[in-house]
Structures are given as C-alpha cells and as structure tokens.
Write a protein that binds this ligand. Structure first.
Ligand code: F6R
Length: 609
C-alpha cells in the first residue's frame, strides 16, 4: 500500500526522502513522487514505475531544499501513471499533499469544488481533491486549512502536507492509515512505518487516529480532533536497524526464511521465566475470564488467516472450546454471533490491515474480549486490543510473509496451552511435554534449512509447471493453503490447495498427465489415508512431490520426489512443514525471474478495504 515520508530540517531533503521511500518499497507500489520547497516554491517530480525512475528524473537537478514530502503509490483511484502519482497540488501549486488511504466522498467533493470554485482536476485520484480543499481554505495558516479540509473528508487517510508560503513546516494527519513521527536533532520526520526512519532516529511518536501533527525542524506538536494540544510519550525503538537490511542475502524473503529459528526462539523464550514457567506477557485475562468464554473467533487475512486455521485446531484440541476462523473481510459484514462470552483473536503481522482492524472493532462493539497476535509493536491492531501477544519475529520486509507466519503459529500454540491449563482441560504433564516439544522447534527448522540446496534442485525440476495442486489432511490441509499462497503470490504459478479427501468431489477432474501435486503427509494418524489420496492422483498421471516425516519413507513408493521434515509430534508439524514450501516457492520464483520481494499487484500492508 502507499507509503509516505516527510522531512523538515537542515540537511538535503531530497536525498533523505528518496532514501526513506526506498525503505518503504516493500509495502508495494506502482509509482512514486516527491515535493520539495525550493526557495519558497514547491517543486513536484513524480513518475510511474520504480523509485529508480524518479531518481533518474531528478538526478541532474539541483533541488536544494530542507523541507519536503515523498510518496510511493499503490493505485486505488485511477491507473498507475505519472499524473496520478503523488504528491498532488492545488490549482496554483502552492500546496502539496501525499496520502495513504481512500477518501470515500471524493466524488461529491470533486463535484462541489468544480461547481462552486471552478477547480479543474488533472488526475483521476481522490487525493487531488484534498490538495484543492486545503487550497481553498488556506488563509496564511496551513494547520487551520488542513483542519477545515479534513472536516469535509470521509474515509481513511494518513496525510503529509507542505505549503510554499510556510517553508518551515509539515502538517500531517492520521485517520486509520498508519503514521509515525521521527524525532531528530534539528530535524523531524513523518513516515508510514518505522523502518523508513531507522537510519536517522530511534525516538518516535506513534500517531493515533484523528490526530494532527505540526512539524518544524526543532518542534513537533500533536493536536486532537478539537485542535487541543496533546502530550504523547516518546516511543524508543529497541530493535536493530540492520534487521531491516538484506545482510548478504539476495532477497529479504530468503533472509526472513532463515531467520525463523531465531524468531521462534525469541517468541517462545521471551515468555519462559528462569524457573521454567511460562508467562504470557500482554495477556491479562484471569482464570475466571478464560473459563467464562463459550467460543473463540479467530479473524485475519491471507497468511495470518492460515495461521488462524492451525490455531483453531490446536485451541479446540487443548482448551476444548469451539473456535471459528474467518477472513476479516467476510466477518465484518455477516453479523456474527459475538457477545461478552466471546474471545476474539485477531492475527496480523503489520497490525494495520484495515479489514482485520474493522473486524476487531465490530467484535469489540458487540462485547467480545479482544486479543491480538501482532508483529509490529504499537500498530493499530495492537493498540485497539484488550490484550496483545507480540510475535517478536522482527521486521518483515518481503511482501510474502514467512517468519511472521511461523511465529504466529508459535503464539497460537502458547495461547492454546495457556487456555488449556487455565480451563483445566490440559494436565500439567501434557502441558510440560508440549512445552518441551515447542523448545525443540527452532533446531528442527534449522535442519530443514540445511536442506536448502536439495530443495533448490527440486525447484529446478518443477519451476516450469503451469499448474500446481497442494493437498493434505487435518493440519496438513492448513499448511497446504499457505504453501499454495506462497507459490502463487511470488512466482505467479496457478496454484490451488484443497483438503485431500475433498479432491474426489470435483477437483480431481483437473488432474492429468504430469500435473504437479504437492502432497503433505506429515500426520501419522492420517498417513495411510494420504497415501490413498496420492495414489488417486498418481492413477491420473500426476507428478507427485511428497512431504513427510523422515521415518515415513513408504511415501517414496507413491511419490516421484520426497522432501522430509524431522520427526516431531503431529500437532506441531505446521511450523516445520511450511518451511520447505517457502523455500520451494522462493526458488521457483527465482528461476522464473520474478521480482520476489515485491510481487506485482501486492502490498505488504493492506490499509484499504
Ligand atoms: C501473504 C501475505 C498476506 C498477509 C495479509 C495479512 O504472504 O503476507 O496474505 O498475510 O495481507 O496481513 P497482516 O498479517 O499484516 O494483517
């Protein structure tokens, strides 16, 4: 989704903003632009395509400025093009605006501005309306004009605004879409997220909904919706700036795949006290409250939803409570049965996914207790939840989620264990055994990572497949969905996942000679049933890549190739079995020449509906 950056200080704004935009590239974008105040005149440069195009465009220009704003656009209103790229300006070019979000009433505002003020629009965007609105309200005070403009606007937005006549200022606004302010020495910044600023600052303000910020080089003032100045505690970033760099890997995705043992270790061990007991920091539910729940909803999108599918299985098994899993965009529009006996679990890497956030608010409105499993500290989902359980995966930059997924799974196991213990459905021996088994997981994942070369060889054999089916039973079917999503999103292979037992009810019609089927068979108690399903597709000519635990070698009789994962209890295999599928997807995409970290049409943080 769109990314915004702004700088006000004493240094060269152009370079700082371009650098910040590059850090936001991972969010997904199709065009970029910059507006600088050069000697009291706003200079706007923008173009379709990669930031490199923008850099080339301005490479020869002096553009000496100490104040500016920059933007990466992910098209919503109007196709990706030079003219639709941000920043947008008002009629005389004295106000420039960058925007992440959607203005829902922009058609109405556009008609009004054209009719009553004779405004002529240059682009098809909703954002241009904002620049004109601020322009008509401007009377020597940018902050006042921005307040008047947002009063007219409906929708979601993070805005950065500069004005030719007030060359020392940026005004920024947050409503729904994320916004952080970086606090430097003789300089201040705005950005959509923290990695864009880490090179310069570690002290930040996390801006809340409906807040307006006025930045000059030596001051940052925060105001609420009623223009009242407010105080905010400074947020100090503790994680390492290097965590957001590639560190010698070709892509963030493969780096993040390799970071999984460390991420999972952190997620688990941060919660284990010296005496070995587990402390679920951020979860403040009493035993009584946990016993009172009559159902659990897990709501999320994409990969996080797939983590929820595993969560359902494990919470039902260990805590003996019914769990429903829903994609957030469906949950929020279907009037679900939620009351004060409902535990609502939102899972989100970014903590900014608009559908997840909206579902969370809906559940809260209906009286549910809201627990979120989130990676980004201080994100909107985290802040709006009653309880927050952080995944501690570290920053995830690649659009395709990997380490966030496995750490989300670890969190679901810990939550299930905790609920099982508190509800008395899981005895202490079983609890301790699960915990010991969880502690083994980082090392077991490392063993799979050590097979990277062999998986690459398999990818070389398979990368030309036009169509792939992922099949599995029980927990394996949840992982099949995730494996399939990984493959399709980064390699653009037409891939499809289905519960293996469901194949014969229709989908098997698509299996023909040499169709690639990736068959997950890691569940001991379902192993023989899976072998039958593999035989069914083999009988129709499929080429089968099997995935099984290392002792279940009989799968070799039915499969063309096999990848093994180390022995581990059935319930915990998802954290292992997804790893070879991530590596396979990565190498298939690489062999197909795809832009792995920034797949087409996708965004890292989906802040629109
Ligand atoms: C796929 C992927 C997406 C996200 C989804 C939710 O690799 O990353 O499917 O999982 O957009 O995002 P978050 O977890 O940030 O809410």
């Amino acid at each position: 989704m769109c990314g915004i950056v702004g700088y006000v200080g004493e240094a060269n704004a152009k370079d700082i903003i371009i650098d910040g935009l590059k850090k936001l590239e991972y969010r997904g974008y199709d065009s970029s632009g910059i507006a600088l105040n050069v000697g009291g005149r706003l200079v706007v440069r923008k173009c379709k395509g990669r930031i490199a195009n923008l850099e080339n465009m301005i490479a020869e220009e002096e553009l000496s400025a100490t104040v500016g704003i920059g933007h990466t656009r992910w098209a919503t209103h109007g196709a990706p093009s030079d003219v639709n790229a941000h920043p947008h300006t008002n009629g005389d070019g004295s106000i420039a605006v960058i925007h992440n979000g959607i203005i829902e009433n922009f058609v109405e505002l556009k008609e009004w501005l054209a009719r009553d003020y004779g405004v002529q629009f240059r682009s098809e965007t909703d954002t241009e309306v904002i620049a004109h609105l601020i322009g008509i309200y401007y009377n020597g005070d940018l902050l006042d004009a921005v307040y008047k403009a947002i009063d007219k606007m409906r929708g979601a937005y993070a805005l950065g605004v500069i004005c030719a006549q007030e060359p020392d200022k940026i005004v920024a606004v947050r409503k729904e879409s994320p916004l952080v302010v970086g606090l430097g020495n003789n300089c201040n910044f705005i950005a959509s997220d923290i990695p864009a600023l880490l090179k310069h600052v570690r002290s930040l303000y996390l801006i809340e909904n409906n807040e307006v910020v006025l930045l000059t080089k030596d001051q940052v003032k925060l105001f609420d919706a009623n223009r009242k100045e407010i105080h905010r505690d400074v947020f100090h970033v503790t994680w390492d700036a290097d965590a957001a760099e590639k560190e010698g890997y070709d892509h963030f995705m493969i780096k993040e795949i390799h970071e999984q043992p460390k991420g999972l270790y952190e997620t688990l061990h941060r919660r284990i006290d010296e005496d070995g007991s587990v402390r679920l920091d951020g979860i403040n539910m009493s035993k009584d409250e946990i016993e009172k729940f009559s159902k659990v909803y897990i709501v999320a999108c994409g990969t996080a939803y797939h983590a929820g599918l595993v969560g359902k299985y494990i919470i039902e098994k260990l805590a003996k409570i019914p769990v429903e899993v829903d994609v957030a965009s469906e949950f929020r529009y279907r009037d679900p049965f939620v009351d004060d006996k409902t535990l609502f679990i939102a899972i989100s890497q970014s903590g900014e996914t608009l559908d997840t956030l909206a579902a969370l608010r809906e559940a809260k409105r209906k009286g549910a207790r809201v627990l979120s499993v989130v990676n980004v500290v201080g994100s909107s989902v985290a802040r709006e939840s009653d309880d927050v359980f952080y995944t501690w995966a570290g920053p995830e930059i690649a659009v395709a989620s990997t380490k966030a997924y496995t750490t989300q799974l670890m969190c679901m196991y810990l939550i299930a264990l905790y609920m099982g213990k508190e509800r008395g459905t899981l005895g202490s021996d079983a609890y301790n055994q699960y915990l010991n088994d969880l502690k083994e997981i980082p090392d077991l994942i490392q063993k799979i990572l050590d097979q990277e070369e062999a998986i690459y060889e398999i990818a070389k054999k398979l990368y030309k497949s036009q169509q792939v089916f992922f099949i599995g039973r029980g927990l394996d079917s949840s992982v099949a969905y995730e494996g399939s999503l990984k493959l399709k999103e980064i390699s653009y292979t037409n891939s499809f996942a289905i519960a293996a037992g469901e194949l014969k009810h229709g989908t098997i019609a698509l299996i023909e000679q040499d169709t690639l089927v990736i068959a997950l068979a890691t569940q001991d108690f379902l192993f023989e049933k899976m072998l039958s399903n593999i035989q069914e597709v083999k009988a129709r000519g499929a080429y089968v890549l099997g995935l099984a635990k290392e002792n279940n070698t009989t799968i070799e009789r039915q499969s063309d190739r096999v990848i093994y994962i180390p022995e581990c209890r059935d319930e915990l295999t998802p954290m292992l079995s997804v790893v070879p599928l991530q590596i396979l997807a990565y190498y298939i995409a690489k062999l197909r020449g795809c832009d792995i970290d920034k797949p087409k049409n996708l965004a890292k943080s989906v802040t629109v509906e």
